[in-house]
Design a protein around this ligand. Structure first.
Ligand SMILES: [Ca+2]
Length: 260
């Protein structure tokens, strides 16, 4: 009897450890997994999707053009069936001499109506986009040649161009050189996984300044074309391991024999 009880206790402990499984965290980064582009009001018909920087907000002095940036992460369909526990966006921040104030970066999900935004490949401000009949994205147009933004220029209308709800935010201090991290809505990333099939691109994220359109605040980050690409880390809810399933079967067999 004592042996059976000890065996049972050990089994329960073992099962508890295995049922917890292991957290799987994936990391998406680089030009093959990330698409990003700057929209610049001062170069409103130009695309620079292949550039090494992303910017958000307006300069303090000189060129006061407003900027937004768009980012999407690819390949999430491979994780269908898994449940997102948490998601983190990591951006490499490059302080600028004109940034004199701490600035709040706001991240929103882009609406499905703007899903077809196209990164483009220009590395200098230039007309978008050779090779694509609809053109790439720029401030004035979702697709330069043919398609307007669902709401307004710059993907700027809350509730139409992007979801009014914040997907994440972060106060970026002038001294925050290097990587910054912000939590991204787990349910949003779950939607990207569940709702978009292989090869189909999710709408992604809009990055904007909390004081959008107010001069004095502009954040500069590195793009997916740089060595310090934006990163999306996603952690999934642990699944019961195969060993837990096997030992659950053994436990059931032992219980069945004892009842006999
Ligand atoms: Ca890019």
């Amino acid at each position: 009897m004592k042996t059976t009880k000890t065996f049972g206790l050990c089994l329960v402990v073992f099962l508890s450890l295995n049922a917890a499984g292991y957290c799987e965290t994936i990391s998406l980064s680089g030009a093959s997994q990330v698409e990003d582009v700057v929209l610049n009001a001062d170069y409103a018909n130009y695309n620079i999707g292949g550039g090494s920087d992303l910017s958000v907000g307006m300069w303090t002095v000189g060129d006061l053009s407003n900027t937004h940036s768009l980012i999407r992460f690819l390949g999430l369909d491979a994780y269908k069936g898994q449940t997102v526990q948490s998601a983190t966006l990591k951006l490499y921040y490059v302080p600028q001499t004109d940034q004199t104030e701490n600035t709040t970066l706001q991240v929103h999900s882009i609406t499905a109506a703007n899903q077809s935004w196209l990164e483009g490949t220009n590395t200098i401000w230039n007309w978008p986009q050779p090779g694509d009949p609809d053109g790439a994205s720029c401030w004035n147009r979702l697709r330069f040649n043919n398609i307007a933004w669902a709401g307004s220029s710059g993907c700027s209308t809350s509730g139409t161009d992007y979801s009014s709800a914040l997907a994440g935010s972060k106060v970026v201090r002038t001294l925050d050189i290097g990587w910054i991290e912000l939590d991204i809505s787990a349910s949003l990333v779950q939607d990207w996984i569940d709702d978009y099939s292989a090869g189909e691109k999710n709408p992604g994220l809009l990055l904007r300044d909390a004081q959008d359109g107010v001069a004095g605040y502009q954040l500069l980050f590195k793009s997916s074309e740089s060595a310090e690409s934006p990163i999306l880390e996603v952690t999934f809810v642990p699944e019961p391991t195969a060993m837990a399933v096997i030992f659950t079967g053994i436990l059931n067999m032992v219980a069945f024999k004892r009842r006999k």
